[in-house]
Design a protein around this ligand. Structure first.
Ligand SMILES: *Cc1c(COP(=O)(O)O)cnc(C)c1O
Length: 413
């Protein structure tokens, strides 16, 4: 098995076969063959004799060497992710999404370089710019994710790489990735995207010219809120460099976690379709509620970024935000507390729905948030990660919570 990796197959077919090499699962039709690679837990891999140790294929992909280089369980996951990413030659696994971003940036950047980061980037990425990268002699400058001109304006001779996140995982702006890539290429910059929102099923990053695509596997691939991991996929040249740097940093993921990720991956296409459809139903419902000022859902016709999303993406997911009309931070707390079917907690992409407050205005650098065209009173946002519950039940829950919010927003302290 692994014959379903043919790119002519649909995503459901490819995701079913990805990473299932016969040498890792046994040969179908022969006794002992299994569907999923076993959890191959090892630090030491034994060589049959000295001759084999002497001429072991030092550290090549898919060859036994030492536990830090993984075993078939981790290799099968990396292989599967590579198969799903058109244009990728390989995938490096990291213990978390943040570790993947750090691992990639520490491969791409050198002291004296400037990193150009999208202003909607995930907060730990921003903190990395100001902290880790700064400490290692790299300066970070921010650009407006919706404006290629803003990237152009941030260019400087020391610029080395661009980090894009699209849609931004809080504010949901969709970047013109081909436009940003064209500017980056014209100036010899490396492009990196945090593609956690769409996954390769929704946005084929490398096909759109990006050099390195990163995902927090914790979200959609895991899908069950019980395991953390990150990945970076790239063409041959960057893959080799990423792999060597990860090896030098001692980055390794456990085979048990890799097995959980592989299990989650098999249903990812199905879950994404269901979560995206429910999220769109909720977004459509929210858009006509009097208490809601803005719905930030790229999949929603008329919402910010929808046109670019429709042009470049092949799918969505359950994550979007909405902005309340007026009110207060306290009233928003009442709303979130009143939700029964949405857990309160960080992360997203699990089978269960979650809600968190969104307050990005204090962390912006290169763009104004809320946008100048909005009524200034409309600033309290809620981010929903829509799970696998029935959309009608989630809407009933939101309806109730909005009525609680209305009372809290109208009560004058
Ligand atoms: C959660 C997240 C990450 C970090 O992933 P972890 O696995 O939690 O470290 C990176 N980027 C985005 C967009 C995320 O939402």
């Amino acid at each position: 098995m692994s014959g379903n990796n043919d790119s002519n197959f649909g995503p459901g077919t490819r995701i079913t076969g990805a990473g299932r090499r016969a040498e890792w699962t046994g040969t179908p039709g022969h006794p002992g063959a299994v569907v999923s690679p076993a959890v191959w837990r090892a630090s030491t891999h034994l060589y049959p004799d000295m001759a084999a140790l002497r001429d072991h294929p030092a550290n090549e992909d898919g060859k036994f060497y030492y536990g830090r280089r993984g075993s078939p369980t981790q290799w099968a996951l990396a292989d599967a992710l590579t198969a799903l990413e058109p244009g990728a030659a390989g995938t490096v696994l990291y213990p978390s999404g943040v570790a993947a971003i750090a691992g990639v940036l520490l491969t791409v950047l050198r002291p004296g370089d400037v990193l150009l980061m999208s202003d909607n980037a995930y907060e730990p990425s921003r903190i990395m710019g100001r902290g880790l990268l700064h400490d290692f002699g790299v300066e970070t400058r921010w650009f407006d994710p919706t404006s290629p001109d803003s990237l152009r304006a941030a260019l400087c001779p020391q610029a080395r790489a661009v980090l894009i996140e699209s849609p931004g995982s809080l504010t949901m702006e969709v970047s013109d990735v081909p436009g940003l890539v064209a500017i980056a290429k014209a100036h010899g910059l490396v492009t990196v995207i945090d593609n956690t929102w769409a996954s390769p099923l929704g946005f084929a990053a490398l096909s759109h010219g990006v050099d390195i695509t990163v995902m927090s596997l914790t979200k959609h691939v895991g899908g069950h809120s019980d395991v953390m991991m990150g990945s970076a996929s790239a063409g041959a040249d960057w893959y080799r460099k990423l792999r060597l740097r990860a090896q030098g940093l001692g980055t390794v993921v456990s085979p048990d976690d890799a097995a959980l990720m592989l299990r989650g991956l098999r249903t990812m296409d199905l879950r994404l379709q269901r979560c995206a459809a429910s999220a769109l139903a909720l977004a459509q419902w929210l858009a006509v509620q009097p208490g809601v000022a803005h719905v930030l859902c790229p999949m929603l016709p008329g919402a910010p970024g929808h046109d670019v999303w429709r042009r470049d993406f092949t799918g969505g997911c359950g994550l979007f935000s909405f902005i309340l009309r007026g009110g207060s931070s306290l009233a928003r707390d009442r709303l979130i507390d009143a939700l029964n079917l949405f857990g309160i907690g960080y992360s997203w992409g699990g089978f269960e729905s979650l809600a968190t407050p969104v307050d990005p205005h204090d962390i912006r650098t290169a763009s104004v948030w809320p946008p100048a065209s909005w009524n200034a009173a409309d600033q309290f946002g809620v981010r929903l990660s829509v799970g696998l519950e029935d959309a009608n039940d989630l809407i009933t829950d939101l309806d109730h919570a909005l009525s609680v919010w209305r009372q809290a927003a109208e009560a004058k302290p």
